[in-house]
Write a protein of this length. Sequence first.
Length: 291
Amino acid sequence: MIQVVLLGTGTPNAEPWACFPAYALICNHKTYLVDCGPGVVRQCTKGFYQGIEDVKPQKLGHVFLTHLHSDHCAGLAEVILMPWVLEREMPLHVYGPAGTCQMCHHLLKAYRIDTSFRDDGPEPINKTGLETIPHEIKEGTVYQDENLRVEAFRVSHGSLESYAYVFYAEDKKIVFSGDTCPVDIMQKIAKDADLLIHECEYTAGIKERTVPWQKYHQSMHTMSIDLAGCINQAKPKLTVTTHRILHLNYYEIPVNMEEVRRREDALLKEITDLTSYKVVNGHDLDVFTLK
């Protein structure tokens, strides 16, 4: 049995109703993170308290970063440090694009006061759980163990080196898009997937933005109507939208949750009006079980 847990489904807008992007794939009680936005360790603890035992922080040993935008990786310090404080004994392996090694090195250096105190002081802490092993990836198979194989594919998110990941576990295929504008490769890698986790934007909402912002979003992200086209070509069994950019004005006045839900429903309808394949909006701590 495979479980995919949506730890965070939000965006850089820091919405109070959705944590920053982070997902957990669980296979044979081993946990693999895809992205780690801020708050990911607390979300894992929330999931554990809701009965998802395998997302407890001490089990976080592998992280796959789609790209190095802060909303997707600013929780890396948490994943390095906090599970170790909570007595994780295994090293942490971090997979990601160029810059991943530098990021891990400097995070450990930045927190040296904390880690040296715990390591050398009276705290009965282990010596192995802080070890962080970064791996800078290219396209192709980037990881394999007794449970699964992971392939990375380059997608398009401006000039930033960005990857989608495909997990082959048991007889299932699970795809994480990362952040990307529409690319032909997505139709290929998501072909007949059991589960496609894909970012998405509210197409009608983008008209409320200035022209420069419209051009930016259309070149960096996937509009709902374009995601529908991808689904029609790839034919995944289930698509889950995350990282939904709704084009709300978040910081003029507090956003009304009724409007959030209205736009989320409208975004989903933009997709389902154009495809007969199953699509749902994902929310924090949703669990999808593949048997």
